[in-house]
Design a protein around this ligand. Structure first.
Ligand code: YSA
Length: 329
């Protein structure tokens, strides 16, 4: 190939390998220019000078063209790589899944909001209790049959995991003077045969109101107010006689509601209530006061609100179950 053809071939070499082949063919040990330079020896001095200069100029031109093409190929490769690796910074980033409160936490917060709005204080007590606060001071003497319904777990030093939130009635009253209004949310424990409606640990909410002339009508009013705040105006409530050693008279209370899943109207039994027993006031040193208390299971309320039929599903920590309850309470 002549000089111009060589320059054209270099300028259009498609890649580094083709360019290297051309370099070898033109400038390598056996390349065309090298061969011609070797041939100079056979020329007379005058021709050697002229042809020599011309050959060297061509050689330099070819070298420069090869370098230029090499640079152009490298830039093109870099541009192609940058285009392939291009990052669109305006695209949204990967979504981090947001956590949320457990259904039971949501229901508890909702209940506390309701009671705070009704002027109740909120208190919490120890989960590891003693017999005195959990039973004795609540009018369950030793060997009292009502203790059988609240079997629990005992430590070797004679303490126990509280079976209900009611012991906080005693602790709270001893720390204060009446009148008082308090709610106590918390975890409680029972030595239960676990099934779809019974766990060995669950949660309760306790309410206690003490004053000079607190009556059963106030108890009914408080339960109705709670039901109204939870379910709307006109919500009906029902008390049915029942027995708890620390109240007299005692009752079970229920709320009339429309089941959110079945659409049926029915009574929802929530828990126990009553007028604080005089023996409990004696145990905390209160005189000339009356009071009411009620307590109920938070799991039960959460389950009927959401249609969960097995209490164990609330504790399995299965995200497929839990994520169904974002912002439901
Ligand atoms: C009664 C009168 C008062 O003046 C104040 C409070 C009370 C309630 C009493 N302290 C009590 O614990 N009663 S209870 O044994 O009937 O439990 C109350 C609620 O806790 C039940 O209605 C039920 O909803 C829930 N519960 C009881 N055992 C349970 C349970 N929830 C889940 N698993 C269990 N094993």
């Amino acid at each position: 190939m002549d000089h111009d053809e060589a320059l054209t071939a270099i300028a259009s070499a498609p890649d580094a390998r083709a360019l290297q082949d051309l370099r070898v063919r033109l400038l390598g040990k056996k390349g065309a220019i090298t061969e011609q330079l070797r041939g100079l020896a056979a020329l007379d001095p005058e021709a050697r000078r002229t042809v020599g200069r011309e050959l060297h100029e061509r050689k330099s031109a070819l070298e420069a063209a090869i370098e230029a093409r090499k640079g152009a190929l490298e830039r093109a490769a870099l541009e192609a790589r940058l285009a392939a690796e291009r990052v669109d910074l305006t695209l949204p980033g990967p979504r981090v899944p947001a956590g949320g409160h457990h259904l039971l936490t949501q229901v508890t917060h909702r209940l506390l909001d309701v009671f705070r709005s009704l002027g109740y204080d909120v208190a919490v007590g120890p989960e590891l209790e003693d017999d005195h606060h959990n039973f004795e001071a609540l009018n369950f003497p030793p060997e009292h049959p009502a203790r059988d319904a609240q079997d629990t777990f005992w430590t070797t030093d004679g303490r126990l995991l509280r079976t209900h939130t009611s012991p906080m009635q005693v602790r709270y009253m001893r720390e204060r003077t009446p009148p008082l209004k308090v709610v106590v949310p918390g975890r409680v424990f029972r030595n239960e045969a676990v099934d779809a409606t019974h766990e060995a640990q669950f949660h309760q909410l306790e309410a206690l109101v003490v004053g000079e002339r607190v009556t059963m009508a106030d108890l009914r009013g408080a339960i109705t107010e709670m039901a109204t705040a939870l379910l709307g105006t006109g919500t009906r409530t029902r008390l049915q006689p029942s027995y708890f050693p620390f109240v007299e008279p005692g009752a079970e209370f229920a709320i009339w509601w429309t089941h959110p899943k079945t659409g049926r109207e029915e009574w929802l039994e929530l828990g126990g209530c009553g007028m604080v027993h005089p023996n409990v006031f004696r145990a905390v040193g209160y005189e000339n006061v009356t009071g009411f208390a009620f307590g109920f299971g938070i799991e039960r309320l959460a389950m009927v609100r959401t249609g969960v039929t097995d209490i164990r599903d609330l504790y399995r920590g299965d995200v497929r179950v839990l994520e169904q309850f974002r912002g439901v309470a």
